[in-house]
Every structure is written in structure tokens, then in C-alpha cells.
Design a protein. Structure first.
Length: 343
């Protein structure tokens, strides 16, 4: 939903993304193999073919200690393998005539002070491109989706409008292994800008630069993630206290939604290589962990007003969680039993 910053993590990590099927920016998408009825799964090197079985949790109710603090309002953590750091969005107070929240992307390296990666990113949720060279960002400053090159922070707009109308305030984003982008569009950061979505909030996808509607009946969609096999798209409906699941076709389109699980104030989300789903409850300050079938395995307490989570560390078994109070957000971290995605 929003963002914050301070000290940090425990160690570097290895979210290794191999050669990608696309170059984000122009967003060309590789076609599925001829006759294939299976969507692309995780990018090469992210999840091994035989992910560990069993629960990732050592108990049903865990607590993640804070390892860094002092930020304004943190969101969108994503782990960058080389040299080993987190990128996070830090949202400031809304300002100006249109009351839009400014945002900065910080680089958080273990044992070092926070550094600025993009000073005026206007970003919220972040995701790593399949080639590991770019960060895809839901950017509420331009009411769109942008890509920032890791090499020089250069920015490219991926999605600006839908059918000629501006989005509300894109909030979170996930990227399939072949480059299909999915993002949520609630109205949390729209400020005083005009409502061009005519009262609706929704979920969209971007394929080869073309924006398509997934669902515009979700009330205040927030976190969004794909299963490791690419077959399921998860969306948290913040205004409904429920998580929806959509079956995904090879071309990126989706089938009718089903209810995956109920949860209060669903915010950000990540997944592990066994397909378990880690959903942050903003108001509870906890992460709810679900099996791929929607059964709850347990919870991880992270602090008040938790917003998002991402896996990182050298073996990708460290779960980093953004949480805190406005003006003093930070990072909590906990070691888990199954490796996960870096976002």
C-alpha cells in the first residue's frame, strides 16, 4: 500500500535469474512452445526442479526481528543477487495541488548505510525482470508501470494508459518468466487527480507493450504474485479481505477467478519454490503462510502496519518483511525452511 528506511539485513543472497526470454523496456514476450498448454514457470536458476517438501515454518506462530529501521513508509522489497542487496520503495507524505506521494528507491546492503538508487521513482511495488537486469515498478507518480535499469537507473514506461484512460495509482506488480507483466490498480495514491477509471479498481496485464484487462471488479486490489509454475495468478482484494486465484493460460490470459483464502487487509505477497504463498496482513502486522491449496500453515509477526515481503540471502531462505509506523518503517527478517522468489 505505502512505504519507509534504517540499518539492515543479515547477508547477501542468490536470486539468480538466467537468460531471459525478453528484454524489459520494449517488453517483447517469447511465444509458448508450439502446442504447449503450460505457461512458463520460474526463470532459470530461481527454483530447482525438486523443491524441498514439508512446511517452511518451524512453528505455527513465528516472529521476525527487526534488522533495520528509520524510513518513512517502506514497500516493494526485491532482492538483487549481485552484489547482494535489497531495493525498497520509500513513500513520503502526499504534497502539491494533486496530493501525490513522492517515492524514492533505496539500496539496502548488509552492514552499510542505505543508498539512493532512484531519487524520484514515484514507485510502490517492485519486481525483478527475468534477465535480472531491470526492476519493474508500479509507479503512482505517472499512474503507470515503469522499468528502471539496474546499471544506470534509466527509466522506461511500460504501461501508461488503458483504452486511452489513465490508471488510478498502480500499486504492485509481478512478472512471468517470459516477461508478461501483471499489476494491480487501486486508488490509494491517486490523490486529487481525476478518476479516469470511472470508479473501478482492477488488475491488468501487459504483453508485448499491449495492456489488457484481467478483472475490474476487484475492490482495491493490492498484492499480486504468480505461482512458481506460472499456472496461477494470486491477487489480494484489500477492500474485500480475500485473496483471489486466477488460472493462467500460456498466452498470459486468465480464466474466471476463485477464492483462494480469506485474510484481513491483504497487502503485499511473495511465494516460495514449493508454491507456498506468503501474504502480508497490513492491519495485523503479520504474514499469513498458505499452502498452494489455500490451507494456512501459520503466521509470522513482523511489526505494525506490515506492507510487503520478499525472499533473499545467499540461499534465498531469508524472508524480508517491510513494517513499521509512518516515519519509522523498517525491515524484519527471518530464516525459513524453503527457498523463495526474490519478490
Amino acid at each position: 500500500m505505502y512505504v519507509d528506511a534504517g540499518r539492515l539485513l543479515t547477508r547477501p543472497a542468490a536470486a539468480v535469474f538466467g537468460a531471459a526470454c525478453l528484454v524489459l523496456g520494449a517488453l517483447p514476450v517469447a511465444s509458448a512452445a508450439a502446442g504447449s498448454d503450460t505457461p512458463p514457470g520460474a526463470p532459470p536458476g530461481v527454483c530447482e526442479a525438486s523443491a524441498p517438501a514439508g512446511t517452511p515454518l518451524s512453528g505455527p506462530a513465528l516472529s521476525a526481528p527487526r534488522v533495520q529501521g528509520g524510513f518513512t513508509f517502506l514497500e516493494g522489497p526485491v532482492w538483487i543477487d549481485q552484489p547482494g542487496h535489497l531495493l525498497v520503495s520509500d513513500l513520503g507524505p502526499a504534497g502539491g495541488v494533486q496530493q501525490v506521494q513522492p517515492s524514492t528507491i533505496h539500496r539496502l546492503t548488509p552492514g552499510a548505510p542505505a543508498q539512493t538508487f532512484v531519487a524520484a521513482s514515484g514507485s510502490n511495488g517492485l519486481a525483478l525482470s527475468p534477465d535480472g537486469e531491470r526492476v519493474v515498478a508500479a509507479t503512482h507518480d505517472n499512474r503507470g508501470v515503469s522499468v528502471f535499469r539496474l546499471s544506470d537507473a534509466g527509466r522506461t514506461v511500460v504501461a501508461a494508459t488503458f483504452q486511452g484512460r489513465a490508471f488510478n495509482s498502480p500499486n504492485d506488480v509481478t512478472v512471468r518468466a517470459d516477461g508478461v507483466v501483471y499489476f494491480t490498480d487501486p486508488s490509494f495514491q491517486r490523490g486529487r487527480r481525476g478518476d479516469e477509471m470511472r470508479g473501478r479498481t482492477g488488475v491488468f496485464r501487459v504483453v508485448n507493450g499491449q495492456v489488457a484487462l484481467v478483472d475490474d471488479t476487484v475492490r482495491q486490489p493490492n498484492g499480486i504474485a504468480l505461482s512458481p509454475d506460472g499456472r496461477t495468478l494470486y491477487v489480494g482484494a484489500y477492500g474485500e479481505n480475500v485473496i483471489y486465484a486466477y488460472a493462467v493460460r500460456p498466452d498470459g490470459s486468465t480464466r474466471a477467478r476463485t477464492v483462494f483464502a480469506p485474510i484481513g487487509s491483504p497487502d503485499g505477497v511473495t511465494v516460495d519454490c514449493a508454491g507456498n504463498v506468503y501474504w502480508v496482513s497490513h492491519n495485523e502486522g503479520r504474514v499469513h503462510v498458505f499452502t498452494p491449496a489455500g490451507a494456512e500453515l501459520g503466521t509470522i509477526t513482523a511489526g505494525p502496519q506490515a506492507t510487503n515481503a520478499a525472499f533473499g540471502g545467499p540461499d534465498r531462505r531469508t524472508l524480508y518483511i517491510t513494517a513499521g509506523r509512518t516515519g519509522d518503517y523498517g525491515i524484519a527478517a527471518i530464516e525459513l525452511g524453503v527457498p523463495g522468489y526474490p519478490y
